[in-house]
Every structure is written in structure tokens, then in C-alpha cells.
Ligand binder design. Structure first.
Ligand code: S3P
Length: 429
């Protein structure tokens, strides 16, 4: 349902301060799903507080997995193991979360029962053939509405495959690997480009061996998953919005503590340096295979950046934030990013419309966009189209404007970053 909420964002001179961001969304999904395959109790601290990762927990509850979550982002998962999951008469609701639906589909394909998965309007419009096709090749039957949710997954005994996806996608890679874990033999995914490798690192942390050779990842079926207790690092993709704000607004400096530094996620750091910002990275520790530390970003110069097609997989969730770099007079060109059209919204169309609404010059291309800032824009109204990253991108861009702006549908931030606007209030001056 379209949201009626809106936020007013006032112009700001700069952003300054030290902060932490919520737990990583991608990692939290994986810890919950993999722990549900282990027999025993797993505990997570700093589990992502957003609605997406709650959807994953709800789907697991639907399978009879015990889930206790406190108010402090501590989650305890009690599972009887993968073979202890129970069929559900009620559909599992993945809400707005593509990661939940696609990765869960991989696991449900290997269960000896039928499960129906639904999602909200946005998720029901997103492409699912990319996960249906490999899982059906493995032996599952999946009914869909012309390649879209709702999905009805008739799981069963699967056979291993070697999958060569058409588009690089960590969700698809993960779905196939998780299905492969529950088959006999070796399942592998040969990706056209490297994508985030949290599943590989998480599986290793839960005692499962995964082989990697370049972009080819393989898993031997039938391995035992061990329960695990881990603390989730801060979400780099949430930190990205503050990093961009600090890079774009003269006089800014932010210091973000305990943020994930997995190298498959941090390509934004190089982009900010190319733009002219000063960025420091202070690694602190590695836990469960995931490095984390502190990032400092300071404004130095306002430049222009061009994002080439080959960079897109490493920046896919940061591109909305990167667009906001242009708001204070910079220029951002993004090419080869047509995947943005099948995210929580058509992010190319939504970004261009939203930036224009704020008085910023923006051009739409079939596979990207050009945002051309010219000093402080007038400000205005931008519609987030129920997409969390649109709401946050527009809010950061609006800081550079001459007058207050309205971000329609601002409550979409609950998907990945509840408390985003409160933190914004604290950092601006
Ligand atoms: C994700 C993978 C990416 C990303 C999404 C999270 C993940 O999607 O955009 O926000 O956690 O695996 P794709 O797999 O569709 O590229």
C-alpha cells in the first residue's frame, strides 16, 4: 500500500559526528537462515532491526523454528535442524524482502513438502525466474505468476547442478548454494562477476566448507551445520548515506564505528576518494569471517564521478546514495546498471523523478542516470515510491537545498534503517 507519511528535511551546512549504524541486513538474513539449518541454539547480537530481516525471522517461525527476539537486537534461534522444519498451511510472507524470498526458496526447494511464499506489491513485481529456473533444474517444482510471486514451492530430493547465472546476484548464488547443501554431490555457481560473499563466509563460520576459485563457488551437499553465536557488524550500505553526506557537504566529518568492511561491499570508498573526499579506514577485528572497523569521511573537494558497468555489482545498493553526491554541485554518471530497475522500485526512474522534484538536474538513461548538481538546488518534493533507499537518498540530497524539502513515503526507511531520520537530526548543523 502506498505510504502517506512524509518527512520535512531542512537545509544543512554540514554533517558532523560519530555514530554506529544498524546491523547488516545481508548478513543478518544469512545468519538466521543458516542457523535454522543447524540443530541447536544460535545467538546473534546486533541483528538488523529493519522490517526485511524480521520477515526472514517470521518465515522461519512459520516453519516451526524457535525465534526469540528482544528489544536490543539480540536474537536467539532454536532449531531442530533442517529436517525438523514443519510444513505450514499458511503462506510465508516475505514482505518487501527479495533476499528473504529468494534465499528461503533455495531452502524450501529441498524440503519434502509444499510451501507458498507471498510478498508485498513491490516484491510481487520483482523477477523470480532467476531463482525458479536453477531450483527447478535441481528437481523442485515451483509455480509462479508468470515468473513473479506468489511462489508455490514443491520441494523434494534435489540433484546438484552447476549454475551460470545471467546476471550477477548474491541472492541467486546463495539460494543455489543453500539448496546444494541439502543434496548429494557438488553444487556450484559460476558468476559473471563477483558479488557479496557473506553466504560463503557465514557457511564457513557455521562449520560448512565452501570452495572458491575466482567467481566459481562450490559446496558439497550433506555437510553438518553447527549452531553459532555471533555479533553482526554495522551495515555498510546504511553507513553509505552518511559517508556520501560527509563527502558532499563542505565542512563535514563523520566517523562511523563498528561497520562491516567486507571487501565485496566497500567499493564506495574508492568512489568517494575519486569524488575528492578524504576517507580513512581503520580495521578493528574479524569475527565469523567478517572484517569490521571504523570509517572516517571528510569533505575536501566537490568533483565528478563516472560509475562504469564493471563496478556496478560491487556498488549495487550504494548507487542511490552515490546519486546524492551530486546534490551540492557535483556530477554523477552511472552506466550499465539496468538491475536498478528491478529493485524495491524502478530505482532509475524513481531517482531521476525525485532529484528533479528537489530542483536538481537529472537525466534518465536505459541503464543508468546522470545527476548534475549546480550549487544549492531550490528544494521541493520527492516521492520515495515505498523504497527505503530512495527515501534516504532524497533526504541526503535535500540537505544541500536552499529551502526545506518534503520526502513523501519517508517511513519506507523502516525496511533497513529505522531511526534514520533521528540520526539525521543529530548529525546536521
Ligand atoms: C543482496 C543482494 C543484492 C542486493 C540486495 C541484497 C543480498 O541483490 O541488491 O539488497 O543480501 O544477497 P541481488 O542478488 O538481486 O543483486
Amino acid at each position: 500500500m502506498p505510504s502517506l507519511s512524509s518527512a520535512i528535511v531542512a537545509p544543512a551546512r554540514h554533517v558532523r559526528g560519530r555514530l554506529r549504524v544498524p546491523g547488516d541486513k545481508s548478513i543478518s538474513h544469512r545468519y538466521a537462515l543458516i542457523a535454522a539449518c543447524a540443530e541447536g541454539t544460535s545467538r546473534f547480537l546486533n541483528y538488523a532491526p529493519g522490517a526485511d530481516c524480521r520477515s526472514t525471522l517470521e518465515c522461519l517461525r512459520g516453519m516451526g523454528v524457535g525465534v526469540e527476539s528482544g528489544t536490543d537486537q539480540a536474537v536467539t534461534l532454536l532449531s531442530r535442524g533442517f529436517r525438523g522444519w514443519q510444513a505450514s498451511d499458511a503462506p510465508l510472507d516475505a514482505g518487501n524482502s527479495g533476499t528473504t524470498m529468494r534465499m528461503m526458496a533455495g531452502l524450501l526447494a529441498a524440503q519434502p513438502f509444499v510451501t507458498r511464499m507471498t510478498g508485498d506489491e513491490s516484491l510481487s513485481a520483482r523477477p523470480m525466474r532467476r531463482v525458479i529456473e536453477p531450483l527447478m533444474r535441481m528437481g523442485a517444482t515451483i509455480d509462479s505468476v508468470q515468473g513473479h510471486a506468489p511462489l508455490t514451492i514443491h520441494g523434494g530430493r534435489l540433484r546438484p547442478i552447476r549454475h551460470v547465472p545471467e546476471v550477477p546476484s548474491a541472492q541467486i548464488k546463495s539460494a543455489v548454494l543453500l539448496a546444494g547443501l541439502h543434496t548429494e554431490g557438488t553444487t556450484s555457481v559460476d558468476e559473471p562477476a563477483e558479488t557479496r560473499d557473506h553466504t560463503e563466509r557465514a557457511l564457513a563460520a557455521f562449520g560448512v566448507a565452501v570452495q572458491k576459485a575466482g567467481n566459481l563457488v562450490s559446496i558439497e551437499g550433506g555437510q553438518r551445520v553447527q549452531p553459532q553465536s555471533v555479533t553482526v557488524p554495522g551495515d555498510f550500505s546504511s553507513a553509505a548515506f552518511w559517508m556520501v553526506a560527509a563527502a558532499a557537504l563542505p565542512g563535514s566529518r563523520v566517523e562511523i564505528e563498528d561497520v562491516g568492511l567486507n571487501p565485496t561491499r566497500t567499493a564506495l570508498i574508492d568512489v568517494l576518494r575519486r569524488f575528492g573526499a578524504h576517507v580513512e579506514v581503520h580495521p578493528a577485528e574479524v569475527a565469523a569471517g567478517e572484517p569490521r572497523g571504523t570509517i572516517v569521511v571528510e569533505h575536501r573537494e566537490t568533483g565528478r564521478v563516472v560509475i562504469e558497468p564493471g563496478e556496478v555489482p560491487g556498488l549495487i545498493d550504494e548507487l542511490p546514495a552515490i546519486a546524492a553526491l551530486a546534490a551540492h554541485g557535483g556530477e554523477v554518471t552511472v552506466q550499465g546498471a539496468s538491475e536498478l530497475r528491478v529493485k524495491e522500485s524502478d530505482r532509475i526512474a524513481a531517482l531521476v523523478a525525485g532529484f528533479r522534484g528537489l530542483g536538481i538536474d537529472a537525466d534518465e538513461r536505459p541503464d543508468g542516470f546522470v545527476i548534475h548538481g549546480t550549487g544549492a538546488p531550490a528544494g521541493g518534493t520527492a516521492n520515495a515510491r515505498s523504497d527505503h533507499r530512495m527515501a534516504m537518498s532524497f533526504a541526503i540530497a535535500a540537505l544541500a537545498a536552499k529551502s526545506p524539502s518534503r520526502i513523501e513515503g519517508s517511513d519506507a526507511v523502516v525496511i533497513s534503517y529505522p531511526g534514520f531520520f533521528e540520526t539525521l537530526d543529530r548529525l546536521v548543523a
